[in-house]
Design a protein around this ligand. Structure first.
Ligand code: FAD
Ligand code: ZN
Length: 468
């Protein structure tokens, strides 16, 4: 409970924040406010004393300095598409959104780098790279809304990690406002930099708990010139994994995507995503969306893919399949993978997981988890899909009685841990997985994390209540 003197100081601080960002930097329209407060799933309804959108790093730093002095919590926010409630504010704090800091600062084709302010929408970063005949590979379903600062803060994965790595692997330098308002000006664009602790990695995946990322220098790649995409039907999970090993070994770096979808997932896309058609005539228990790309033309990519698929069919791994014959058909195939997410939103409460296991344990994980869930909760139904090439499965158990969801959740996570996996592969911890973190990280690891948090944010104002 605040004393009246503290409350007055705090009100005064809010007034000073308003004058720092000016009228354009304050969100007051009640219709606009909702999207800063409530998360994408509608699971976490927060509250905030103020929502501000600073226009520069200097403004972010000044706002944070005022908050630090007045002990006002700051909730950094990007596109608010995160899936763990990490950007949800609480009533005593302010939302600091980066949306107005959306300028591409430079594209350097010869150095294969791009420098962007944190509020740039991911799709804009991709477009800016393309305009310079370069490629920024980070790609995910929310790319039209999520911001590069959010991608960095969650260390986002997506569909091209197999070839290019996750956001962490794509980052060369960061500019960060620390919880006391000081600024690390680390927009370096060198590829080799062994000068002691690599501090940027604290903020990548830090979910806004250690500071606010205001800009980043990121790696670019040669632009893909040829893309081949296949949609394949398989009868057994073991065959999915054999196909993965076969296609990766045969195509090396050209294999850029290997996504798994169960029949239930395809059905969800058909039922809920407008305009999705079933790519194959017959039903199959499992489907793989396989993509190969080359940054050169005339390399025989199509022939290479056909050869892999012919061999896979001859050995009985693949039952049926289609290779996209146009860019439009390629997009149609990807619509199945992206569209199933719309179906999930209609299934009600579920035990939801974003887990990873060693790639050779994927089939075992799904088989064991399915058996355990269905045995424990008769009538429940499971859905597996995801980035199998990274060992990353989005696993969902629907129809579990609501009171049993926490127990189901722990049961599935225990199977993941038993196989040497992680309970959060790409979405982070936020609010929703804090309980899981304390169960699965060692006491020493948690202690080191807390010491880092205390060193950088002794007043605990930066995104409190998240991760730890
Ligand atoms: P927000 O949701 O606004 O914030 C996420 C976290 O980062 C919060 O903790 C917030 O405080 C912090 N944060 C945001 N900006 C900053 C900043 N500038 N400085 C410091 N902290 C900050 N994720 C994947 O990894 N792979 C996928 O394939 C994927 N697919 C998705 C598909 C859909 C349809 C949706 C809705 C989400 C998907 N996501 C996926 C999750 C989400 O899009 C990512 O986590 C994304 O990186 C979040 O970015 P954002 O800008 O929306 O961040
Ligand atoms: Zn994913």
């Amino acid at each position: 409970m605040m004393t009246s003197a503290e409350a007055a100081t705090s009100e005064d601080a809010l007034d000073r924040i308003k004058s720092v960002v000016g009228p354009k930097g304050i969100v007051s329209d009640p219709e606009q406010l909702g999207r800063y407060i409530e998360d994408w799933h509608g699971l976490y309804a927060g509250a905030a004393r103020l929502v501000v959108l600073p226009a520069s790093t200097a403004e972010v730093a000044e706002v944070v300095r005022i908050c630090s002095a007045a002990r006002i919590p700051v909730f950094p926010q990007g596109g608010h598409t995160g899936l763990c409630g990490g950007a949800t504010p609480s009533a005593n704090g302010i939302v600091l959104g980066l949306a107005r800091m959306n300028r591409i600062l430079s594209v350097d084709p010869a150095n294969f780098t791009i420098t962007a302010q944190a509020g740039c929408i991911l799709a804009e970063v991709q477009r800016a790279a393309q305009a310079a005949d370069r490629f920024f590979p980070l790609s995910l379903g929310a790319e039209g809304t999520c911001q590069i600062g959010g991608n960095l803060s969650t260390n986002a994965g997506g569909t091209a990690v197999l070839r290019y790595g996750s956001t962490r692997d794509l980052t060369l330098g960061l500019e960060v406002v620390l919880p006391d308002g000081s600024v690390i000006e680390g927009l370096r664009s060198v590829r080799k930099d062994n000068t002691g602790y690599d501090l940027k990695h604290l903020f990548i995946g830090g979910e806004g708990t250690l500071g606010i990322i205001t800009a980043a220098t990121l790696k670019l790649f040669p632009r893909p010139r040829e893309t081949e995409t296949a949609f394949l039907g398989l009868s057994r999970l073991d065959d999915v994994m054999t196909l993965f090993a076969r296609s990766r070994a045969a195509s090396g770096d050209q294999l850029t995507g290997f996504e798994l979808i169960s029949r239930y997932g395809v059905q969800m896309a058909l039922d809920y995503a407008p305009g999705v058609r079933d790519p194959l005539d017959a039903h199959h228990p499992w489907y793989v969306l396989l993509e190969m790309t080359s940054s050169q033309t005339g390399t025989g990519l199509r022939t290479a893919m056909e050869q892999i698929l012919e061999e896979a069919m001859a050995s009985g791994e693949v039952q049926d399949g289609v290779i996209a014959s146009s860019d439009a058909q390629r997009r149609e195939l990807w619509r199945v993978r992206e569209g199933l997410i719309m179906g999930i939103r209609h299934q009600g409460a579920a035990s939801k997981h974003d887990v990873s296991v060693p790639v050779d344990q994927v089939a075992r994980f799904i088989t064991e988890a399915d058996a355990a869930v269905v045995r424990s909760y008769p009538g429940s139904r499971t859905l597996s899909f995801g980035h199998v090439g990274d060992g990353n499965i989005h696993y969902n158990a629907f129809g579990v009685p609501e009171a049993d969801i926490p127990a189901c959740h722990d049961m599935v996570n225990d199977i993941v841990l038993g196989l040497g996996g992680s309970i959060s592969a790409e979405h982070g911890i936020g609010i929703s997985k804090r309980h899981d973190l304390t169960r699965y990280k060692s006491p020493l690891e948690l202690d080191v994390m807390r010491r880092i948090k205390a060193a950088l944010d002794p007043a605990q104002i930066m995104n409190p209540g998240k991760v730890l």
